[in-house]
Write a protein that binds this ligand. Structure first.
Ligand code: BEZ
Length: 258
């Protein structure tokens, strides 16, 4: 049995809603790709604080939102008490033949091993059900993460590849996995989506919110020093008109359970 790698619940749901609401705003166009129909039963996998689940709910979909983070699920429940939310790990879904669609925005790059998540997604779909996902693809935020790793090492700390918290496949790699599990892949796309991170501290806030697994064993003081150097070295490449622009690269896929 492969080891399931986990990310501890370091999510700050309030910070996420205040500073990173762009995540669900970008998800709006993924909802268009999902093309939800009235009365469908849809799983929102990695629902965060529930904003896209609410959008589905408003289209008269019977939506269930799940997230691995208790903080996120608590916030989602308090924002949208009429919607069903639950804490669940994408690699251990409990559902069988239940959903017309599984929808996932900006989540699957956190989930390892990906085969296990795909198997769970496949099992949770009804025959003919569809899987629509967007997440970080090959090369995602690589300018930022390469610089963080360089600065961690220059500050005298060891950095092991296993510390890298994300999975960023190419569409070739991911669609092959989907086919291996049994999906018919009907759509796949890999594209650049430069993403503004608001304000002077945008990059620092992003690293604070998402990058903590890269800094395990490093004190707050040394982390601050490392992040300051990352900012210094990246400002010419990633700062435009007062905003940080992160080098996001996305993949989007649609698979059908045959
Ligand atoms: C992403 O959506 O690609 C992403 C978000 C946070 C950390 C890493 C990647």
């Amino acid at each position: 049995m492969e080891k399931v790698q986990t990310v501890k619940d370091s999510w700050d749901a309030n910070l996420y809603d205040v500073k990173h609401s762009f995540v669900s705003k970008y998800g709006d166009s993924l909802v268009e790709l999902l093309d939800p129909r009235k009365g469908e039963k849809i799983l929102d996998l990695g629902c965060g604080t529930g904003d896209l689940a609410k959008k589905l709910y408003d289209s008269e979909v019977d939506v269930v939102g799940i997230d691995k983070s208790e903080n996120m699920v608590e916030q989602a429940m308090s924002k949208y008490p009429d919607i069903e939310f639950a804490v669940q790990d994408a690699t251990e879904l409990v559902y069988k033949n239940m959903f017309d669609a599984v929808f996932s925005n900006a989540t699957l790059h956190w989930v390892k091993p990906p085969e296990q998540a795909l198997e769970c997604i496949y099992k949770s779909l009804k025959q003919g059900g569809r899987f629509i996902a967007e997440f970080g693809g090959k090369g995602n935020v690589q300018i930022i993460t390469d610089e963080i790793i360089t600065q961690i090492k220059q500050a005298g700390f060891e950095y092991e590849d296993e510390q890298f918290p994300w999975y960023y496949p190419s569409i070739g790699q991911y669609t092959s996995l989907m086919e291996k599990i049994g999906f018919k892949v009907t759509f796949a796309q890999h594209y650049d989506r430069p993403t503004p991170l608001d304000g002077e501290n945008g990059l620092r806030n992003w690293i604070e919110m998402f990058g903590s697994p890269m800094f395990v064993g490093i004190s707050e003081e040394r982390k601050d020093y490392i992040v300051t150097n990352v900012e210094k070295n990246l400002k010419d490449r990633l700062r435009k008109n007062g905003n940080w622009i992160a080098d996001y690269k996305r993949i989007r896929v649609i698979g059908v359970k045959e």
